[in-house]
Design a protein around this ligand. Structure first.
Ligand SMILES: NC(=O)c1ccc[n+]([C@@H]2O[C@H](COP(=O)([O-])OP(=O)(O)OC[C@H]3O[C@@H](n4cnc5c(N)ncnc54)[C@H](O)[C@@H]3O)[C@@H](O)[C@H]2O)c1
Length: 246
């Protein structure tokens, strides 16, 4: 798909990887709407990105925002499901006096924001694509943790679910000319990574990465664009991780 002239919706695009993806798609000539729950970061979006406040876990809000984008821009060709929250908690923590097992409410919360959200937003967008015969592209932002990352029970399960949705939808939606792929970043040098991991953990990761460094947000954005541009890539989970295996 030629990105120039398309309309794209990027969730969680007010900062981090989502912002890099949104800016790259805009550089390639797309009209980009960034949907994020954070009003403060949305207010500082660089031009020409258009911001809209939306919580990806609220189906009715999502439906209304997607319908509004379609009315205002006349179409919606690209969806990037990027919104998510990196979350770490071990399944068993014998040092926790309050209870040694992973908290179930936090497990559910992580599944809701990282997995249910992809279902909710895609469902609203695909309905418009199918009704309007739009040959669209969906890119889900997964993670290296989908393979099962120690200390990330909920997040790993959510991202493995995202990969399964990707492959399933690539099969179901192909008949309408809608492609669905995922990009699975490894450890990228974003603020969220530095927040989630200690300096020693980051050093360990870099030592174990064949390329001996963290990834750049722009490298994830380029991978997203590549899956959109190549019309025969469908049902792929594209690793962007410097060759790291976990
Ligand atoms: N940074 C990494 O190294 C890395 C690695 C692998 C995967 N990922 C994935 O990439 C995506 C982006 O991560 P990031 O590192 O840029 O995170 P980030 O925390 O910097 O940005 C996430 C954005 O999503 C928004 N968001 C969160 N919950 C939302 C909700 N319910 N509704 C709407 N917006 C919401 C936040 O406001 C924020 O703007 C996530 O899906 C994450 O799991 C990141």
């Amino acid at each position: 798909m030629e990105i120039k002239g398309t309309v794209a919706l990027v969730t969680g695009g007010a900062q981090g990887l989502g912002l890099a993806i949104a800016a790259h798609l805009a550089d390639l000539g797309a009209t980009v709407v960034v949907a994020d729950r954070n009003a403060e970061t949305l207010a500082n979006l660089p031009a020409p990105l258009e911001g809209v406040q939306m919580d990806v876990t609220h189906p009715e809000q999502v439906k209304a925002v997607v319908a509004d984008v379609v009315v205002r821009h006349g179409r919606l060709d690209i969806l990037v499901n990027n919104a998510g929250v990196i979350f770490s908690e071990p399944f068993v923590n014998i040092m926790n006096p309050a209870g040694m097992m992973h908290d179930y409410a936090r497990f559910r919360d992580s599944l809701t924001v990282n997995l249910d959200s992809v279902f909710i937003v895609s469902s609203a967008v695909v309905e418009h694509m199918v009704k309007r015969r739009t040959k669209g592209a969906i890119v889900n932002i997964s993670s290296i943790s989908a393979g099962g990352n120690e200390g990330q029970t909920a997040y790993s399960a959510a991202k493995a679910g995202v990969n399964a949705l990707t492959v399933t939808w690539s099969k179901e939606l192909g008949r309408w000319g809608i492609r669905c792929n995922a990009v699975a970043p490894g450890f990228i040098g974003t603020e969220s990574t530095h927040r989630a991991l200690s300096e020693s953990a980051l050093k360990h990761i870099q030592t174990n990465t064949p390329l001996r460094r963290l990834g750049e947000a722009s490298e994830v954005a380029q991978a997203v664009a590549a899956t959109i541009q190549n019309d025969f890539i469908n049902g792929v989970v594209l690793d962007v991780n410097g060759g790291l295996k976990i």
